[in-house]
Ligand binder design. Structure first.
Ligand code: ADP
Ligand code: MG
Length: 699
């Protein structure tokens, strides 16, 4: 038999056609898939508790035989006995009569509850036993299996894993370079694989996990570092003018913050380097990223090259266009816009001017990456709100440049540091951690429907002072499926409530030119109240808009609420963000107490309290990450996160930082992993990430 990790599992002696397809149902095809199919949990069978001695404190393990089945509505029970005592296993979905027929021997781990002299397990791990199976094991792994595995699936799967480990244990090649393994005091790979599946004791299992988690994180970090180094090897073969850009800075209506100055100097360094810039600009809503981007745009355009700025929405592109024109045109830079909503003839003309180089700074939406857009000498790509774009869209824009483009991506989604190391480890990161001076405060309040009349009259007074307000709803129109307040319905209500005041309606179903018109009117103060959905989420900048009412606030995610709130407080005036929620939620969020609520509401309360009390986007993001887990956050699976099987980037911070440091040091010394001692590592990285990440040395 050829022994390597890519060997199909079907070559194992135990595996015939049937088991092969069983394993395939878990996406296990190779030995490597099998060995890295880690247990979801363990049962400690070293200490079995007699049922009669169960204390109901903490998790305990019992063994017994199924004596009866009882059915009571949806709840089904299996009653097991160990000869001296009996316990009820509660099943809420599946039928225990099928899973555990009478007479089945079973081992159960969980927390017992006593009620009316009886013992119940409602949340437990169990396994049906065949004979005295696996009696040599004390800590027994339990795997996530599909139903096809049947009643004795755990045991079967264990046997398969045991056999695979026996065959391969001594032959596993350790791809972690020896010096790092020693420095980190890692257990050997074969020990780790063995003990993660069949731990001799809990200490061994912990060491095994550390070793595996470190390896996963390290591989990912090495891949990211290689990518990062790659741009440092490429020459972009162009020089920008050395002239300083003080002309631009002096023409601004404000002076830059210290943060902006620092980031600009970081970008300046990148631009004057012979290698392409590959930088992420990270800054909370309102921290002033646009001016930094336009500084870079000015630098590059005034050196005779083209700049593309891509934004995710038409409205945002427009706003950038207006600002860019205001700041750059007087300095002799030709600014243009290209977006789908413009008349075809206008788009055609823009494309022509882009192709012949007359437009120097091009602002646009996805339209910029369509086939028929050609640049004359694109040198700098800037992507705003980059989390709204996919990696391939970024790539398409870069491909419009002739030669290696400088790249600046910007995001207002505050990403906790641990996550940014993982998601953006291949980029240089700049952070704007300071807001422009003279900003008013943003006051956040939580209220229920009951307070609306008061809120309306408050808004009327504020509008008299020249202010403007947003009303935001989670849905565009009412729907059967979801009980969400809608912008269209409430628009009518608001119009009636504010008879003297011009009210506008904005949502995603409007035509782009209608949206634009509405936004323009609001920005110019023709409309005083804008009823909207989250389309205003990104980038909009209206300094007189100081009130935002978000209805059905519990229906929004934390980051959505934070982004929305970022639309106010953009000038020197104090602003008010009023979150309207169900009464119960409002009450407990206001009082900062945990009122007795349903699970669903409890999460809402936590979220609403968080948004009320935390204004710092990074803190909120950290909080959100813990509340929701990393998987859901950005949908950035292609970034290699899916290769993390055991590692948890939220909790394994210590190992993550170590892995990052080790990877950075290693790749700095041997960027293409050509050294003898790194060849195995190189193979592993190509095997795992080759397709996903377009690693430098793959092509
Ligand atoms: P974001 O980082 O959310 O994209 P913007 O670039 O839109 O923020 O900036 C928000 C507002 O702050 C804009 O009106 C912008 O002109 C203004 N601004 C940016 N920098 C400064 C500064 N240094 N001083 C005063 N206002 C500034
Ligand atoms: Mg912005």
């Amino acid at each position: 038999m050829i022994l390597n990790l890519n060997t199909p599992v079907s070559l194992l002696p135990m595996i015939g056609k049937k088991r092969e397809s069983l394993l395939a149902s878990l996406s296990i095809y190779t030995i490597s898939d099998l060995l890295t199919y880690y247990p979801r949990g363990y049962q400690d069978r070293s200490k079995l508790t007699p049922i009669s001695a169960l204390r109901g404190k903490g998790r305990e393990t019992i063994a017994g035989q199924v004596m009866r089945h009882i059915r009571f509505g949806k709840v089904k029970r299996a009653i097991i006995s160990d000869g001296r005592g009996s316990a009820n296993l509660m099943f809420f979905g599946p039928d225990p009569a099928k899973l555990l027929p009478l007479g089945t021997k079973v081992i159960v781990t969980g927390k017992a509850k006593r009620m009316g002299g009886k013992i119940f397990f409602s949340n437990f791990e169990y396994e049906a036993l065949k004979e005295e199976a696996d009696s040599h094991l004390k800590i027994v792994p339990l795997y996530r299996l599909s139903v096809e595995f049947g009643r004795f699936g755990q045991r079967l799967f264990r046997k398969i894993i045991e056999q695979a480990i026996d065959f391969y244990k001594e032959k596993l090649e350790d791809s972690i370079p020896r010096e790092i393994a020693e420095q980190m005091k890692l257990t050997s790979l074969s020990e780790a694989i063995s003990n993660i599946h069949f731990p001799l004791n809990w200490k061994k299992r912990k060491e095994a996990r550390e070793r595996i988690v470190f390896t996963e994180l390290f591989f990912l970090q090495v891949a990211l570092q290689i990518n990062r180094q790659r741009t440092k090897i490429i020459h972009k073969n162009r020089l920008y003018s050395k002239k300083d850009c003080s002309k631009f800075v002096e023409s601004l209506p404000f002076s830059l913050t210290k943060s902006q100055e620092r980031v600009i100097s970081e970008i300046e360094k990148d631009l004057s380097s012979p290698h392409p810039m590959n930088r992420l600009l990270h800054g909370d809503v309102g921290s002033g990223k646009t001016v930094v981007a336009l500084w870079a745009g000015f630098k590059v355009a005034s050196s005779g090259f083209q700049v593309a700025i891509m934004a995710p929405t038409e409205i945002l592109a427009d706003q950038h266009y207006i600002v860019a024109k205001r700041w750059l045109a007087p300095l002799g830079i030709e600014v243009g816009i290209l977006r789908g909503g413009l008349p075809v003839s206008v788009q055609k003309k823009a494309k022509k001017l882009i192709a012949n180089g007359q437009i120097q700074v091009v602002i646009g939406t996805h339209s910029l990456i369509s086939e028929d857009v050609q640049f004359s000498n694109l040198a700098l790509c800037i992507i705003d709100e980059q989390h709204k774009f996919g990696v391939s869209q970024r790539q398409k824009l870069l491909e419009k440049a002739n030669g290696h483009s400088d790249l600046l991506i910007m995001t207002a989604t505050p990403i906790p540091r641990t996550l940014s190391i993982t998601l953006y480890g291949d980029m240089d990161v700049s952070t704007l951690n300071e807001f422009p001076k003279g900003r008013g405060r943003i006051i956040t309040a939580v209220r229920s429907d009951k307070s609306l009349p008061k809120i309306y009259s408050f808004i009327k007074d504020e509008i008299k002072k020249g202010r403007q307000a947003y009303f935001v709803y989670p849905a565009i129109e009412e729907s059967q499926e979801r009980d969400y307040k809608s912008a269209i319905k409430h628009f009518e209500k608001i119009v009636l409530e504010f008879p003297e005041i011009p009210v506008g309606l904005l949502h995603g179903k409007l035509k782009p030119e209608e949206k634009e018109e509405m936004m323009q009117k609001f920005a110019q103060g023709e409309i005083k109240i804008l009823v909207s959905t989250t389309v205003i989420e990104v980038g909009i900048d209206v300094s007189q808009a100081t009130i935002m009412v978000i209805e059905d606030a519990e229906k929004f995610g934390l980051s959505g609420l934070h982004q929305l709130r970022g639309r106010i407080g953009r000038g020197s005036l104090d602003s008010y963000c009023i979150l309207i929620t169900k009464e119960k939620i409002a009450a407990s969020a206001q009082l900062e107490i945990k009122v007795d609520t349903e699970e669903k509401d409890r999460v809402s309360v936590e979220r609403i309290q968080a948004i009320k009390n935390i204004t710092n986007g990074f803190e909120l993001a950290e909080y959100d990450l813990k509340l929701r887990g990393a998987g859901e956050l950005f949908g950035l699976r292609q970034h290699g996160l899916s290769e993390l099987k055991l590692a948890n980037i939220i909790w394994d911070t210590r190992l993550l930082l170590k892995a990052r440091d080790c990877a950075a040091a290693l790749v700095a010394n041997d960027p293409l992993l050509n050294e003898e001692a790194h060849l195995l590592l190189r193979d592993a990285i190509i095997r795992i990430f080759g397709k996903k990440m377009e690693l430098g040395f793959v092509r």
